[in-house]
Structure formats: C-alpha cells, structure tokens
Design a protein around this ligand. Sequence first.
Ligand code: BV8
Ligand code: ZN
Length: 243
Amino acid sequence: MHAIERARELLSNFGRIVVFTGAGVSADSGVPTFRGSSSDALWGKYDPQQLASPEGFEADPKLVYDWYTWRRSQLASVTPNPGHNAIAVLQRERGAIVITQNVDGLHERVAPSNARVLRLHGTILEDQCTDCSHRETIGLTALPPLRDCPRCLGKMRPAVVWFGESLDGATLHAADDACTSADLMIVVGTSGQVWPAAGLVHRAKRARAKVIVVNLEPSELDDLADVVLHGRAAEVLPALVQL
Ligand code: BV8
Ligand code: ZN
C-alpha cells in the first residue's frame, strides 16, 4: 500500500487529531525556514544563539530588533498556503488541535474561529516589554523601531520565546494534554531539533498515538513515524486530506 494511502487510512480511522508544525509548513508561503537544506534557510545567514536569545538582545538590541524587523517585512507580503488550508479543514471538520512552533501567525489567519492554535514559541506579531507586562500589537504595514516601553524603563522586544527562555507554562501544559490524549499526530515541516517542543512528539508516541510525518527531507522525528511522507507540505497535505 502506498504511504499516502496508509496515511489516509490512519486519518479516516482516528478521532482525536493533533497537528504539530514547524517552519517547513510556512516555507511554501515564502517564509524562510530555520535550518534544512534549502538555501533560504533563515539561520544560514545568522547565528541563532546570537540573535534569538536574551543575551543577544542584551548585547546588541538594535541588531536583534532589526533582524525581527526584516522578518516582519517578509511576513507583510506572504499568505497562508494550501498546507495551512488543509490543516484548517482538519480543524473545522475533525476538531484537530494545532500545536505550532511557528511565530508567523499563518495558521491563525485561516483557522476556524473556534479552533485552538497552541503557539509554543509566541508570536512575532506582538512586542512585549523586557521588564513589565506591557504588550503592543505590530502592524505589518507600519513596522515600529526599537523603542523603550511607554510604561517603564524597559525595552520593547518581540513576543517570542528565545533560546534559554522558558515556554509559557499554560500553553505547554495544554499541548502536553493534547498529545497525551491524541489518537493521531500529524507532524509537519519540523527538523525536530528544538526542545521541549520536539518532546511533544515523543509524548504522543508514548501515549500510543499513531504518527504521520510530513517533511521535505528526513528529520529526527522520522523514527517515531508510522508513516513518513516526504514532499512539500503544500502538496502533500491537500493530497492527504483529499481536498
Ligand atoms: C528552554 C522563536 C530552558 C524565536 C524559537 C543551550 C542553551 C539554552 C538552551 C538550550 C541549549 N541547548 C539546548 C537547549 C534547549 C533549546 C534547544 O532546543 N536548542 C536546540 C537548538 C538544541 N531550547 C530552548 O532554549 C527552549 N527553552 O529550553 O528553556 C529553560 C528551562 C528552565 C528555565 C529556563 C530555561 C526555547 C526554544 C524556543 C526557541 N525559539 N523560535 C524566533 O522565531 O526568532 S525556535 C525556532 O526553531 C522556531 O520556532 C522554529 O519553528 C523552531 C524549530 O525549528 P523548525 O520549526 O523545526 O524549523 P527548521 O528550519 O529546523 O526545520 C524545518 C523543517 O522543514 C526541515 O526539516 C525542512 O526539511 C522542512 N521543510 C522545509 N521546507 C518544507 C519542509 N517540509 C515540508 N514542506 C516544505 N515546503
Ligand atoms: Zn515596561
């Protein structure tokens, strides 16, 4: 039986579905990934430990903030792709829960209003203060500069989770619960290198969920898969969901 047919069979047999995504699901929208072989990999040009970390921001706030401004400027012109839309169909028709490592907000743009999108690593579409609870939504058409917090002596920084920072406890707990009770996990576009996010796939597997991996190239999570579908998410997911 072809892998896609096996995957479709799993999809039709199970009720509680979790879709776990990484940067690869947004690659077909033109958003650069973080690693991977494609030349557009975001971090091929920058040292991630230098930029996406509190130490990096502390050392050079303008360099780090300018990197996010560059990424935000890219986001202004991208739209969700057929991979995002296929996942939204699973949310609407099968009550699937989306757990994403992405900060680009593309799942949220097409998700049904009552659907859950658990954002493990925060959002690039907001800034938060380094020192108080003040947050500001970022308008992608009028990107703000590095600036001080209007309420305290802190600085405004992207509302993402940096390396060395803890994930939001409630979000991680909700994601862990979803993975523990899932019958099927569809893993899309992630190298599986970032923790504790990647640990959620192990959690689902231990809870005896079936796992389908959709990825452009082999990943660290392929060993956990019952079915591996290599290809572009924007092509494989519509075929899987039979749009
Ligand atoms: C934590 C937001 C601890 C920011 C991100 C040393 C020091 C500090 C920490 C660590 C350390 N060593 C290890 C750690 C833990 C660290 C970690 O996991 N490091 C890794 C690199 C080894 N984790 C952390 O620091 C986490 N926090 O551990 O806290 C702690 C504990 C107690 C108290 C205090 C602290 C926080 C991690 C969160 C980091 N933030 N993003 C930003 O965006 O700027 S992570 C970043 O990587 C993105 O969110 C991204 O989504 C995520 C994961 O990457 P992927 O999504 O998998 O993307 P990648 O490019 O890797 O892969 C894409 C895949 O898609 C590829 O396989 C490719 O083949 C495929 N693909 C490409 N195109 C397509 C495709 N597939 C399908 N279709 C296509 N078209
Ligand atoms: Zn403040």
